[in-house]
Write a protein of this length. Structure first.
Ligand code: SF4
Ligand code: SF4
Length: 349
């Protein structure tokens, strides 16, 4: 049984973030038809593949006109449902409250400058932040226990180049700048959502900074609302592939927790190993032609799955991936680090 099955209900998006491969996807734009979605869920339940569906991938689920029906179908079958959204369409999301168990709002860019990188048409940062805060106010007002809401903020996630800054010596100052911005957001939220005042603002700020520095990723704000603090990733190297920085040291050994947690079904019905692989280069089958359970039983999937369990990498794409969850041998890690350090040095010279 998998931790979760990820389903990309659409690969269309209403943002064009410069730190995401979505704006330049080579895949065609699709929304997963309801009959195919239904077949996946039926198969999941019948074969006990997982008790959790995660609506994630590379696109904005709220652009799928059938999202409400799909969520309802999952709930009717007793599945736990997780949705990740960029938050632009939250004003249309009242129906989420009783159909979703966890909602990840991919806030990420917490000021005007960084929000510009999301290229969200006529939205500016103030309107975007207000949209999220208004949604939180509504949830707090009706005192909803469900869903759990995670305000996802990837510190230093604003630019792929910052990956190199992290590997150099500027991590602390970058983190502090982001923390400062986060405290300003918190102050505005504190003002808007009166109930947060249960905890004094400066105490709340100190607690949150301390938690971030301890590496705590799930920071409680109020009721069922949390900050989810992460570190940046850059799609396994995909974003930097064109600049010749895709991992030059492919490895045969390593493991990937992301893959072991469960497969990714893409909007066109293809099944890939994970959501980091935005173009579906690790495709191992399609639910258009056969049941998901059969795809997962076939050799293409099981050799990667069993390989990662034993520390052996099968897929050529995985061998080059700098995925967040990759663990290389110590030797490989040192080479990997040196490779990026020399690239970083080259850039500075
Ligand atoms: S990061 Fe999310 S919101 Fe931005 S382009 Fe990619 S899928 Fe869309
Ligand atoms: S190694 Fe990379 S591409 Fe392969 S399954 Fe893991 S994250 Fe995905």
């Amino acid at each position: 049984m998998f931790e979760r099955i990820c389903i990309e209900v659409t690969n269309s998006c209403n943002m064009r973030c410069s730190f995401c491969p979505n704006p330049t996807l080579k895949r065609q734009r699709y929304s997963l038809p309801f009959n195919l979605f239904k077949a996946i869920i039926d198969d999941m339940v019948c074969n006990n593949l997982s008790s959790t569906v995660s609506f994630t991938g590379n696109g904005e689920p709220f652009l799928d006109v059938e999202l409400g029906h799909k969520l309802e179908y999952c709930k009717e079958h007793g599945l736990k449902v997780v949705v990740t959204t960029n938050g632009l369409l939250l004003n249309k999301a009242e129906f989420l409250i009783d159909r979703v168990d966890a909602l990840y709002i991919s806030w990420q860019t917490i000021n005007g400058n960084s929000f510009a990188l999301r290229r969200a048409n006529d939205w500016d940062y103030a309107a975007y932040e207000n949209n999220i805060i208004e949604y939180l106010k509504r949830v707090v007002k009706i005192n909803a226990c469900s869903p759990e809401i995670y305000l996802s903020i990837m510190l230093n996630a604003h630019l792929p180049k910052l990956m190199r800054a992290l590997m150099a010596d500027r991590f602390d100052s970058l983190l502090n700048q982001d923390e400062l911005q986060l405290m300003k957001v918190l102050e505005r939220m504190h003002y808007a959502i009166r109930e947060i005042r249960g905890e004094n603002l400066s105490t709340l700020q100190k607690r949150i900074i301390a938690d971030i520095r301890k590496g705590i990723v799930k920071i409680h704000l109020l009721n069922n609302i949390f900050f989810h603090i992460g570190q940046l990733h850059e799609w396994g190297g995909l974003l930097l592939e064109t600049s010749d920085s895709f991992c030059k040291l492919p490895t045969e050994q390593g493991t990937c927790r992301l893959m072991l947690a469960g497969p990714q079904i893409m909007a066109d019905g293809n099944v890939a190993l994970c959501c980091i692989d935005a173009e579906g280069c690790t495709k191992i089958g399609s639910v258009e032609n056969e049941k998901l359970s059969n795809v997962l039983r076939a050799k293409a999937y099981s050799e990667s799955y069993n390989g990662f369990k034993q520390g052996v990498v099968f897929q050529e794409y995985c061998k080059k991936c700098k995925g967040l969850w990759r663990h290389r041998s110590l030797f490989r890690n040192i080479l990997f680090f040196l490779e990026d350090q020399s690239a970083c040095l080259g850039e500075r010279l």
